[in-house]
Write a protein that binds this ligand. Structure first.
Ligand code: GCU
Length: 835
């Protein structure tokens, strides 16, 4: 027994070869599995009864996946007489070619999987309600095999939670992507749809595998050319690529299109000429794209025009467009993200969080049945922690979809690992207690709570031309998880995560356990070292929403305020003394939030203005909690690298190295965050850290304190984003030098150099010890988001670490920097820590 176990372990650890992988296959790698015996009952023959592109896609996918994973050839046949021992792919309309099934009732897009044995014939049936259902059934079967889970022994049905399971791409026609962090658009280039749409086809496959059935291909900040006749013909090419995967195309449109594209004197939504224009435009679209899904509309928001220009309501605008789509079965997703970004900071009653509810609740019931209000999960804008939007409970006679952001806009931009499924689950499970009844958000958007006909899930996605789609291999779990939750919001986080990990990285137990553990708490960790207690993420909101830039949120019209002063911090959103926002929630929940003692700590600063010394439920003061959370979170981020290194050799080198590089970057950037936020709180509150860590860095040598040849000190803005608020820069093309004498006791150390990496240059650095090289590197900007500003600040600050350096007292450390273009080889500090 003992020896068998040892042998088993040996086999497990050697069984999976590390093959090269650029990540492009994501969770559809179909790597060979070790134990194929349990799938021996799956016949080698696949019989597909229909012959639409989607039927064939289902058959081809099964053939491809099963052949690869099980290591035996699977063939495809269209001959119904061949089906005696076969995997049969059918749907309710093709099924009658070979047999009937009693009670043929399957909801749209659903599937039933399972064996059907009659006499000597052994069939495994993949039965879809329709062609899409077949595809989803095929992918489900492949997922079971890929994760080495049992396949059904009796018919098992899967069906989607809601009809709307879409992604919104924020791609611009010029090929850039709003909030894109993984390369240029797969859809567009240079003002047109790309000539090579191979990646779009592949994307359709990925989306279908997780049950997504719609893609809005262009930015919500829609290009005014979108509805021109030339572009419609081009969009049809995208639709052709996605159609086999059951994914329908939709477009983001600007409400001024009747005027801008149609050359009408007005775009007033109730004007008869405008109504007629929308109808003829929609008819034109359906001629080119017969399965067109509909429009997404962003209006009266962030500089987009809207119905307010004509004193019309969002309902009047949405309905005008919806009526044109109705005869074709199309829908309008009208975004609830309508707010004034010129709020008056001095008005203590002004509150951006109120906007969604204030703009829409009175319109409840006034929308056409094919209008859906698309509501961001929180009332502000995808911050690391927000309460769920109160609008969900206010629209009881209107279909709604929840908008989640797969794109990590405020959440580390796919340079930090932040697994978002736990955050989304907390939103979907949030019970608003509308009408004093259980009304979790997931049931509201499924249309169950208020009996609405439509509804569902929209994920903002920013896949790009990067081979692995989202830049960070771990970020793909968010795309996968979004699709899975849209299909079934009741799925457990761990189930989603474990399945993704196995399909993406293989079934080796060490690999699975390590990656699951890394991902599982990564949102919490990111929250710890960025914005705590509901204050907001604390990124520089006036720049790229990436690194820290704390006061950027204050004293401007954007309304992402937290109203800090020397005494206290937080937005007073109470009904009693604040903006009244809390009163937008149904009474039971409003009562919990209104009282500072019952308000959950993680939303405290979103709901209340409190002194820094306010005591939280765990007994810590607000300010000490902020210090401790930041040190704890940053410390956890330091563990990602060593934990990842335990997987060396167990996964392919390509993805291993790529992820290692990102974790190394995240570890350094978490320290930038920690120091910025804790120093800012200490300065603002004048309350010192009980543990004396904040502002006290005994292992650091500030660049401005080193002996400089050519390097000059500058002030960094905002001040909290550099150690001692200063950097040194080199403006001599031949390079500059910083030297310091060390007084470290003899021993082995890690030496980290904290420097700034701009996208505009590739400065060269080298580090010497007593004239002997330790290492050299180029600041090539591939890690901070490529478009971060050309300034030393929290966006561009990064570090490199040289481990295992043997030091003794009296050593001399020298850093050489050679600037490039407008990047002056900027340096913040050197940190020397004992191993
Ligand atoms: C955020 C984001 C914008 C985007 C907007 C939206 O504000 O930063 O880039 O256009 O959301 O959702 O419309």
């Amino acid at each position: 027994m003992f020896f068998r176990r040892i042998l088993g372990l040996l086999l497990l650890s050697t069984a999976i070869p590390a093959r090269a992988d650029d990540g492009s296959q994501a969770w559809l790698r179909y790597a060979p599995i070790t134990d194929t015996t349990r799938y021996a009952t799956l016949p080698n023959k696949i019989v597909v009864l229909g012959n639409t592109p989607t039927d064939l896609a289902a058959a081809n996918e099964l053939q491809r996946g099963l052949t690869s994973m099980l290591g035996r050839p699977f063939t495809i046949s269209h001959q119904t007489e061949d089906n005696t021992s076969a995997i049969v792919i059918a749907n309710l309309s093709t099924l009658s070619k070979i047999f009937t099934l009693s009670g043929n009732k399957l909801p749209p897009e659903s599937y039933t999987l399972g064996p059907k044995t009659e006499g000597a014939s052994h069939r495994f049936i993949v039965l879809g309600a329709d062609a899409r259902g077949e595809l989803y059934g095929a992918f489900h079967l492949l997922e079971l095999v890929g994760t080495e889970r049992p396949i059904p022994t009796k018919p098992t049905t899967g069906f989607p939670s809601s009809p709307i399971r879409w992604v919104n791409q924020w791609d611009n026609l010029d090929g850039t992507i709003e909030r894109g962090y993984a390369g240029r658009s797969i859809f567009f280039d240079n003002g047109h749809v790309r000539s090579d749409l191979t990646r779009v086809h592949d994307y359709g496959r990925l989306l279908a595998s997780i049950g997504i059935n719609g893609v809005t291909v262009n930015n919500v900040n829609s290009d005014l050319r979108t509805l021109s006749s030339d572009m419609i013909v081009e969009f049809a090419r995208i639709a052709d690529q996605l159609r086999p995967w059951g994914v329908r195309v939709s477009l983001s449109v600007d409400l001024s299109s009747p005027q801008v594209v149609g050359h009408l004197p007005t775009f007033d939504p109730v004007d008869p000429t405008v109504i007629a224009w929308w109808q003829s435009k929609v008819d034109e679209i359906y001629k080119a794209i017969p399965d067109f899904a509909g429009f997404v509309i962003k209006a009266d928001s962030e500089g987009r025009v809207g119905p307010s220009q004509y004193h019309r309501t969002p309902a009047e605008a949405a309905n005008a467009v919806a009526r044109a789509l109705k005869p074709h079965g199309g829908i309008v997703l009208y975004r609830g993200f309508v707010y004034n970004n010129h709020l008056d900071y001095n008005d203590l009653k002004a509150d951006r969080a109120r906007a969604g509810y204030d703009n829409f609740h009175a319109l409840d019931g006034k929308f056409e049945p094919n209008v859906v209000i698309q509501v961001k999960h929180g009332p502000i804008d995808f911050q690391v922690r927000e309460p769920v939007s109160p609008l969900f409970a206010a629209l009881q006679h209107t279909s709604q979809a929840i908008e989640l952001q797969i794109t990590q806009e405020y959440l580390g931009q796919q340079r930090h690992m932040v697994f978002l499924v736990p955050m989304w689950k907390s939103m979907l499970d949030a019970d608003l207690r509308a009408n004093n009844q259980g009304t979790p958000v997931k049931e509201i958007v499924e249309g169950k709570s208020f009996h609405q006909p439509l509804g569902g899930f929209v994920g903002v996605a920013n896949v790009g031309l990067d081979a692995n789609w989202l830049h960070h291999p771990m970020a793909m779990a968010n795309l996968y998880g979004f699709g899975k939750l849209a299909w079934d919001p009741n799925l457990a986080t761990d189930q989603i995560l474990d399945t993704w990990t196995r399909l993406t990285w293989g079934n080796n137990p060490t690999v699975v356990a390590t990656i699951n553990e890394l991902q599982r708490h990564s949102w919490h960790t990111y929250e710890q070292y960025t914005g705590n207690l509901g204050i907001g993420t604390l990124t520089n909101i006036l720049s790229y929403h990436f690194g820290p830039g704390i006061e950027s949120a204050e004293r401007n019209g954007w309304g992402q305020w937290f109203r800090a002063d020397a005494q206290g911090i937080g937005m007073d959103r109470t009904v009693a003394t604040g903006t009244g926002y809390i009163g937008q929630y149904p009474p039971e929940l409003a009562k919990v939030y209104e009282n500072v003692n019952t308000c959950p700590d993680d939303l405290l600063l979103f709901m209340h203005h409190v002194p820094y010394t306010h005591v939280l439920h765990d007994g810590k003061t607000v300010v000490q909690y902020v210090y401790d959370a930041h040190y704890e979170g940053a410390a956890t981020a330091q563990t990602y690298v060593p934990r990842w290194q335990t997987l060396h050799g167990l996964i392919d080198d390509d993805r291993y190295n790529e992820t290692l590089k990102l974790f190394t970057y995240q570890a350094g950037h978490a320290i930038v965050w920690r120091d910025a936020v804790t120093r800012w709180f200490q300065k603002e509150s004048s309350v010192p850290d009980k543990q004396g860590r904040v502002g006290n860095y005994p292992n650091r040598i500030e660049a401005e304190n080193m002996t400089a040849e050519g390097y000059t000190p500058i002030d960094v803005k905002p001040w909290e984003t550099a150690s001692n608020s200063k950097a040194t820069v080199c403006n001599q093309p031949t390079g500059c030098t910083l030297t310091t004498a060390l007084d470290k006791p003899a021993g082995t150390y890690n030496i980290s150099v904290q420097y700034f990496d701009f996208w505009s240059g590739k400065s060269k650095f080298s580090l010497d010890l007593n004239g002997q090289p330790i290492g050299n590197w180029i600041a090539d900007d591939t890690l901070p988001p490529a478009r971060a500003e050309n300034q030393p600040n929290g966006d561009t600050s990064t570090r490199i670490t040289f481990p295992n350096i043997i030091l003794k007292p009296g050593d001399t450390l020298t850093l050489h920097g050679i600037p490039d273009n407008t990047e002056p080889a900027p340096v913040d500090y050197i940190e020397i820590t004992k191993q």
